[in-house]
Write a protein that binds this ligand. Structure first.
Ligand code: GUN
Length: 289
């Protein structure tokens, strides 16, 4: 069997088209959705992600502001920038690109972002809202995965969902979202015994560990939906996921490629969160600016 490919670029283009229409409608009412991105340091991968986020905003008719700081900047300067953005009514979303340099207390920085502008969904208040089952901003990568599953009508209620990876950015919120859709959720990690046994039971397998090609075809249940969140380089320097695509596609029923799978949907959900934030701001202003 050869799996169907879940094309993240195609889905992202469709969703972004709809977002652009809503952004244009808001802009016509005097509120152009605006995302502010803070980047500290020179991490090349982060620079690429941030560039794609800024470009995504522009293509959808949203504004973006980018603030670059050297890796040795004082934490206080970043706090002051966040405070100014929190107070600026023209800014609807604030994103601090991770990872931050080691002298930063990342938790404190994320908590400094106003929860109503936290389009990454990383503030404790938004994490708590997601856990309680009434999410306000959902972290973008797991939100994008849910959109992908929905677009393919993948059956969720009662399905065995296995997530490999327990990060705050992907694994944990992914578990909450799948649980909210009545999946039976297992979260695996570096200390899991019998990872293969868990993976082979999965109707839906989400790989989010950051280890190139670790999920091979023999770890996949025939016909399963396989979602690859990883972005790695293989031995020859080529971009690849956490899933060994070549062997996995012979076993899975549906599979996301890398690149062109989850990645484009992550940025799409960031744009969606920013747009929703701007719509809420307008509604809070009584529909008037
Ligand atoms: N670094 C890796 N993924 C993310 C993300 O989704 N948001 C932010 N802010 N930083 C990241």
């Amino acid at each position: 069997m050869t799996a169907r490919i879940l094309d993240g670029n195609a889905l992202a283009a469709t969703v972004r088209g709809r977002l652009a229409e809503r952004a244009a409608a808001l802009t016509a009412r005097g509120v152009q959705p605006c995302l502010a991105v803070i980047l500290v340091g020179q991490d090349p991968a982060s620079a690429v992600y941030v560039r794609n986020k800024v470009r995504g905003c522009e293509a959808a008719g949203m504004r973006s502001l980018k603030f670059d700081y050297p890796a040795d900047v004082a934490q206080q300067a970043v706090f002051e920038r966040i405070a100014a953005l929190n107070a600026d009514p023209a800014v609807h979303g604030i994103l601090v690109q991770l990872p931050l340099p080691p002298q930063f207390d990342a938790d404190r920085v994320l908590e400094a972002v106003a929860p109503e502008k936290d389009v990454d969904g990383f503030h404790a208040e938004n994490v708590g809202a997601l856990m309680q089952g009434h999410p306000r901003f959902v972290p973008c990568t797991p939100a994008g995965v849910m959109e992908m599953l929905k677009s393919e009508n993948v059956p969720l209620a009662g399905a065995e969902a296995v997530i490999v990876g327990r990060s705050n950015i992907v694994g944990k919120p992914m578990a909450m979202l799948l649980l909210a859709q009545s999946c039976t959720v297992t979260v695996c990690h570096s200390r899991t015994r019998d990872l293969t046994g868990h993976c082979r039971r999965a109707d839906i397998l989400v790989a989010a560990v950051g280890k190139a090609k670790m999920i091979t075809g023999d770890r996949i249940k025939p016909g399963a939906t396989v979602i690859d969140v990883g972005i790695n380089r293989d031995a020859s320097g080529k971009l690849c996921g956490d899933v060994d695509f070549e062997s996995a596609k012979e076993v899975a029923g549906l599979i996301t490629p890398v690149p062109g799978g989850v990645g484009p949907m992550t940025i799409t959900m960031l744009l969606a969160n920013t747009l929703v934030s701007a719509e809420r701001a307008l509604a809070l202003a009584g529909g008037r600016r």
